[in-house]
Structures are given as structure tokens and as C-alpha cells.
Design a protein around this ligand. Structure first.
Ligand code: ARG
Length: 261
């Protein structure tokens, strides 16, 4: 009798443990739920005053961008292609999306790279013209002679208000992370459509730190310059799949013309 009860208890306990283990294996690992960009930390607007976000007229953030002149923002083409200027706002100086800090500017013009078709085909750059000139520090573009900034291993800063895991929810606060530039060979191994002229990749071989949905258009910075705009990637922060950024230096002349127009 006692032995039967003992067996029963043991069976229940074993079943319960198996159930918990089963549950744990389907729950995301801690790497997936890190509450930042993916694997990042909070960034202050005073340190990154040129980091802006794009919002709808109702104020909902959908992409990032970089102030490159008082009234000009560089972003990703895929963020604004097919969008009207009238339906687009640029929010500057607001680290916390739930605050009313900073300035909400209207957009008067959207320029999308004429060759753009989709992020993974390249030319994923756009320039927005604002309805006002914002008095703020702005970030210079990397130029074609800034080859060192694109060398494998160069330390970069990625910034944004995007999701903190693939398919997760967007961040309330501006987040930043540090990732190294990936070699062209590594990036081509990950992505057959990688183009070393129109794109640059960044991320650790083991993953864990990356931009993610909603970070698109936002800055990747090296050497105090804008080297890229967040563009695409497989999932987010996956080992072997770095983030892909539009290569700003390649579009330097075209972007500069737009910025000075
Ligand atoms: N396409 C995304 C966006 O629109 C950005 C994805 C970046 N992905 C990555 N693994 N780094 O916000």
C-alpha cells in the first residue's frame, strides 16, 4: 500500500518535472528576451542628439532616422517608399516615446533612391525634408574615402526604438548596442544577395546583439560618422546572420545632393 502510494507520488512528480521541462524548452531563451535593441542598453538623447524616429500622424513610431542637417533626415527607403510626406512625422529629442519631449516635425518631401525596389536588393536609402530646421548637432555622412570605417572588426554603435527580440514588442526607450563590422566574405556566406557596394553587415559571429524590426532607417555609427542605415537581416541577433545596413559611403554624392537641395 505504502509502496503503491510512493510509486504514484513518484509518477506524478516525474510527470510534473517533464511538463515543466517541456514548457521551458518552448519558452524563448534568455538571449531572445533581453529587453533592449537586441542585447543593448539605454542611450541618452543628449549623447545621440541626431537620432530621430519616424512616426505616423497618430504618433506611432515605425522606423528610425538620422538628422544630417537641420532640416534633413537620412532613413531607409523601405521605411518611406510609397508613403506620403503628409502622413509622416519626424520626432527629434524624445528618448522616451511615451513622453512629449523634443520636437515633432512634419515632412515636406520624401526622396527615395531611384533604384530602390526592396531592402535586400540594395539602394535602401531615402532623405526626408522637414518643415523646419532643428537646432541640434547632426551627424556627418561617411564618405567614399572612409574605407577604414567599413573594415571588418570596426566597432560601431547601432541605435533605435525597435523590437527587443524578433517578433517582440518595440522599445519604449532609445536603445544602443555595440557591434563589429563583418567582413564581406562572412556576410556573403550568410546572405547570397549581399552586395558589398550597396550594403555593410555588422554583428558578432555568435549573434545576441542586433538591430531588429522598427530600428530600420536608424543609424549605424563609426568614427563619429553615419556609415549605414538599418536595412534588413534574417530574424534578429541570430548566430551567423548579421544585421545588414545600407552603405552610406556608396551613396555619399547622391545623398549630399539631396541634403543640400
Ligand atoms: N527591416 C527591419 C525594419 O524595418 C530591420 C531589420 C534589421 N534586422 C536585423 N537583423 N538587423 O525595421
Amino acid at each position: 500500500m505504502a509502496k503503491t502510494l510512493h510509486r504514484l507520488v513518484k509518477a506524478v512528480v516525474v510527470t510534473a518535472i517533464a511538463a515543466v521541462v517541456g514548457l521551458l524548452t518552448t519558452v524563448p531563451s534568455s538571449a531572445d528576451v533581453t529587453p533592449f535593441v537586441v542585447g543593448g542598453t539605454r542611450a541618452t538623447i543628449s549623447e545621440y542628439p541626431w537620432t530621430v524616429y519616424l512616426a505616423s500622424t497618430s504618433g506611432s513610431q515605425f522606423c528610425g532616422g538620422t538628422l544630417v542637417k537641420g532640416n534633413k533626415v537620412v532613413t531607409a527607403a523601405h521605411c518611406v517608399s510609397g508613403r506620403s510626406a503628409a502622413s509622416t512625422r519626424v520626432v527629434w529629442g524624445r528618448e522616451d516615446k511615451q513622453s512629449t519631449a523634443g520636437i515633432t516635425a512634419s515632412v515636406t518631401r520624401i526622396w527615395v533612391h531611384p533604384s530602390y525596389t526592396s531592402a535586400s536588393s540594395g539602394s535602401d536609402v531615402a532623405v526626408l525634408t522637414l518643415d523646419r530646421s532643428i537646432t541640434s548637432a547632426y551627424l556627418p555622412l561617411a564618405t567614399p574615402s572612409d574605407t577604414a570605417l567599413y573594415a571588418a572588426g570596426t566597432s560601431t554603435t547601432i541605435l533605435g526604438w525597435g523590437t527587443t527580440s524578433s517578433g517582440g514588442s518595440a522599445s519604449r526607450y532609445l536603445l544602443k548596442a555595440t557591434v563589429p563590422v563583418t567582413s564581406d566574405a562572412t556576410c556573403r556566406t550568410a546572405y547570397s544577395n549581399y552586395s558589398s557596394t550597396s550594403m555593410v553587415c555588422a554583428g558578432y559571429p555568435q549573434g545576441g546583439t542586433d538591430t531588429c524590426q522598427g530600428d530600420s532607417g536608424g543609424p549605424i555609427v563609426a568614427g563619429g560618422k553615419l556609415i549605414g542605415a538599418t536595412s534588413w537581416g534574417r530574424g534578429c541577433a541570430l548566430a551567423g546572420y548579421p544585421g545588414v545596413y545600407a552603405r552610406v559611403a556608396t551613396y555619399y554624392d547622391l545623398l549630399t545632393t539631396q541634403i543640400n537641395s
